[in-house]
Design a protein around this ligand. Structure first.
Ligand code: 6PG
Length: 250
């Protein structure tokens, strides 16, 4: 039985506020207990508001920025100034204004081949997570979104990426299976076991278009066409879904 919590808010703005407040509260507790807080950000559009609220009054003063290490769950294989870059989105929404030491932010490098970038990402994670559990890093929090095709992080359906359960990082070419995926670029991503190993997972999803995928994640019986994001049912930590009423089908 998965350890799921649903936090349903009236609309997208309220989801951003609820998620930002819970991220900061978790960061405060974790940093007070262990001295650090490790978080992997998700890309896409849904988390933008939460990121900007974390870097604004009143949350910006509560967030333990100096004890926080910020990673990325995935990145598009684009230049850092590309409008498709998750680093650029997080920088514009939060990192450019939050008082976080530069050395506490660990972007996924997109210089070189996508394979080389995944290897570099692996080395960065191994340098930071020096006491793996069950052979994988233990993030305090991983943020995830859900794509319209049911992907999460950059583990896209029809590709080998969701099936990688040995490496910490991998690459994904979503358009090799679905030419319609946008942006049509290769990605670098954490793997399923890294997600399964996290202490906490926050899934942010809004809008009615996410309802069908969420229903297939919540279904106790295995759907005939399970979305990749149903992998969160194997998480050892607590999975909190921050949804608006539309996504929750309410
Ligand atoms: C990415 C994200 C991806 C995202 C989903 C949902 O790099 O695109 O990591 O997994 O979370 O596609 O995106 P939205 O929040 O824009 O719906």
């Amino acid at each position: 039985m998965p350890n799921f919590i649903q936090n349903v808010s009236p609309d997208n703005a309220a989801v951003g506020k609820a998620a930002a407040e819970e991220i900061v509260a978790l960061a405060e507790r974790t940093a007070a207990n262990t001295g650090t807080f490790t978080i992997a950000l998700s890309g896409g559009s849904t988390p933008k508001l939460a990121y900007s609220l974390m870097a604004s009054e009143p949350l910006v003063k509560r967030m333990p920025w100096k004890q926080t290490k910020i990673f990325f769950g995935d990145e598009r294989h684009v230049k850092t100034d590309s409008p498709d870059s998750n680093l650029r989105m997080a920088t514009e929404a939060m990192l450019s204004s939050a008082p976080i030491p530069k050395e506490n932010v660990f972007p996924i490098s997109t210089d070189g081949t996508v394979e080389a970038c995944a290897d570099k990402f692996d080395k960065v994670l191994r340098a930071q997570f020096t006491q793996p559990s069950y052979g994988f890093p233990v993030f305090d929090l991983i943020l995830l979104g859900i794509g319209p095709d049911g992907h999460t992080a950059s583990l896209f359906p029809g590709t080998p990426a969701p099936l990688e359960v040995v490496k910490w990082t991998t690459t994904c070419d979503p358009n090799s299976f679905n030419p319609a995926v946008k942006p049509a670029v290769k990605r670098i991503t954490i793997t399923s076991p890294v997600i399964w190993n996290a202490k906490n997972i926050f899934v942010l999803a809004t809008g009615a278009e996410k309802t069908p995928m969420l229903a297939k994640i919540f279904s106790e019986t295995e759907p005939t066409d399970p979305p990749v994001s149903r992998l969160v049912r194997k998480c050892s930590g607590v999975v909190t879904f921050f949804l608006d009423k539309a996504a929750a089908g309410k």
